[in-house]
Ligand binder design. Structure first.
Ligand SMILES: Cc1cn([C@H]2C[C@H](O)[C@@H](COP(=O)(O)OP(=O)(O)OP(=O)(O)O)O2)c(=O)[nH]c1=O
Length: 216
């Protein structure tokens, strides 16, 4: 356990950049007592390559986001030695990669495919250390939705809870009532597998647990 002087002196901790604009990812880290020092969202083209698998897409996008943020951080005096953390979440039904829904028609298409079926959610986490080593973890969660009634279908689309979400749903929102089975990490579906992300940070020398009291 870190001594009180270390714990009470958060500035002793190495800096952490979260390369994300996702309030869900920030919220998950904060829930775990991890407070990023900076948010550097990285706008990358999320279009899948021809015949690219969901796993490869998630890994490639998470890494791209981390690399974009690293270039920005390394030229900032306050972030030049920071850890850079990013993630990308992909929802797939069979081999079909679902889009991140921005339009109601996209959300309707996703729900039609998800209703009454099992699907998989992959989140890839990418960590770049202060010495620019790259560490990646890909986590899979299997989810099964109930068959949605017409009313559930229409009410969900009207809720807008699907906007900006991979696969057109947010398990932490209304869609939580559609989930009849989940095998694996719940936080992985929301957007950041906390066990794996914390283990990655800890394994690379970022003091996850000693920061808990800083967050208190
Ligand atoms: C499946 C699912 C996705 N999501 C969200 C998490 C992510 O914000 C989003 C996945 O899209 P991503 O492209 O992975 O992430 P993002 O564009 O929102 O944020 P950034 O790239 O800046 O990190 O979908 C949920 O909130 N709940 C869910 O159940």
């Amino acid at each position: 356990m870190a001594s009180s002087s270390e714990v009470s002196n958060p500035s002793g901790r190495p800096k952490l950049v979260l390369a994300s604009a996702s309030p869900r990812r920030l919220g998950l880290l904060q829930q775990a007592g991890i407070e990023p020092d900076a948010l550097l969202p990285a706008d990358v083209d999320e279009t899948p390559l021809k015949n690219e698998s969901a796993k490869d897409l998630a890994k490639r996008l998470a890494r791209s986001k981390a690399e974009v943020a690293r270039k920005v951080a390394r030229v900032r005096e306050d972030l030049k030695d920071a850890y850079i953390l990013s993630a990308d979440t992909v929802v797939v039904v069979g081999k079909r990669i679902l889009p991140k829904a921005e339009l109601v028609d996209e959300a309707a298409g996703c729900l039609r495919l998800l209703s009454g079926r099992a699907h998989r959610v992959y989140t890839s986490v990418c960590l770049i250390t202060p010495k620019d080593s790259v560490r990646e973890r890909l986590v899979e969660t299997r989810v099964r939705f109930k068959r949605l009634s017409r009313d559930e279908f229409e009410r969900y689309l009207a809720s807008g809870d699907w906007r900006g979400k991979a696969g057109g749903y947010a398990i932490q929102g209304l869609a939580g009532t559609f989930v009849v089975k989940l095998v694996g990490s719940y936080s992985n579906v929301v957007g950041l597998p906390l066990y794996e992300a914390a283990a990655l940070l800890d394994g690379e020398g970022y003091p996850v647990r000693s920061s808990w009291l800083d967050a208190a």
